[in-house]
Design a protein around this ligand. Sequence first.
Ligand code: 4AD
Ligand code: MG
Length: 480
Amino acid sequence: MQHIEIKKVLAQEPSLHEITVKGWVRSFRSNRFIALNDGSTLHNLQCVVDFENFEEDVLKKVTVGAAISVTGTLVESQGKGQAVEIQVSKLEILGEADPEEVKLTILSPKRHTMEKLREQAHLRVRTNTFGAVMRTRSKLAFAVHDYFQKNGFYYMHAPIITGSDAEGAGEMFRVSALDPKNPPLDEEGKVDFKKDFFEKETNLTVSGQLEAETYAMGLGKVYTFGPTFRAENSNTSRHLAEFWMIEPEVAFNDLDGNMDLAEDFIKHVIGYVLEHCSDDLEFLESRLLEEEKHKPQAERSTMRLREKLEFVLENNFKRVSYTEAIDILKQSKPNKKKKFKYLIEEWGADLQSEHERFLVEKHFKCPVILFDYPATIKAFYMRLNEDGKTVRAMDVLFPGIGEIVGGSQREERYDVLKQKMIDMGIEEEELWWYLELRKFGTAVHSGFGLGFERLVQFVTGMGNIRDVIPYPRTPGNAEF
Ligand code: 4AD
Ligand code: MG
């Protein structure tokens, strides 16, 4: 007999037909009630065994963490907490789990710290919290494709291995097939990458943007959704060395259109999970409330998780120029009272997450899009404004997260771009093809990058980015 997902079983009416379910034991009470979870839903299926009818040897092996198969009929539940339960007629142990060993793992039914769960990342998806987060992550990923595919975008696969540094920030992981102990050297005694696999220096991509731009200039509207890599030594709750980025790129779209797109897109994906992940979000919301009980009043959020998500759907993002934002920050209490770690003294200062969060959480109290940043603090490819000192950049800032999106209108003028590359020390040999786009049918175009994990963090309310990706890669950590 084929087994059925517990999610489907829980939606069924009681019936005399026998069904089979398979899953992992969450608990076994009174030698009678098995709580079984198969990952299809947050909810466990209660399986009732009349222990008189089963071999003691078999029942002994029904332990937390064990994989079992259960056959029986679905009946109305006598107990509270569930509408239906399975009256078990056949019980099979598929994979045992020694209780003595389980005791030492996060599978043991007690509270474990997030750090402990990270150390056992191969098991943590069997907890309610990680099950809920990862199911929501999956739905969000689908919602991303759903949005773009419905709106005429083509999904483009940007290369993972590249020879260029799209952000010009030099935070790259090298890719090489040379023997690190004995690399070939050139005449100057430097490593000779001409003898390497690709016959040049290569690295893991930091962004698919530049390649996406080439595709936007042929397919019109494209998006990437893939892994990106940054060797920045940031040990924060918002940074990963390997993260997934969504990068739409649109021909004939200017910065205003780009802001509209970012806002519409984010609202769509959040609306999608509100509709399709209600059980998991309800659980994550109660989890968050529980966690916040231990925090001082001032640090607790004013809105519940789903309220916060609905707020994003229902309100316009506030659009503010960098120059206005600097004025607000200069006049702000934390700046005057020297509460910011980095004080805002003059126009041109780079904004730190403390400033971004002040603007969003304290000043505007809603998502904010900052635009027209100083050219000096942004990447080489952003379009220069008429003032000659700001660029058509935009960052979307979210409560609790800070920057969730970074984007811009691209410099489409050949001469301006070329000069910018010279000024900023970007090697033309690596990006000849990028410059060439500006020679053959150049056009206004724009795009942005959204850090998928930061989005998952916002939606699930998880405080640390390490807890919204299955196997986080951070400085000093590449286990699993
Ligand atoms: O602002 P960033 O660096 O922009 C780009 O990479 C552009 N090429 C995007 C584009 O215009 N197509 O990164 C974009 C977003 C950030 O806003 C943030 O959400 C996320 O990517 N991000 C990270 N997420 C997790 N860990 C990191 N180390 C991240 N760095 C950036
Ligand atoms: Mg950025």
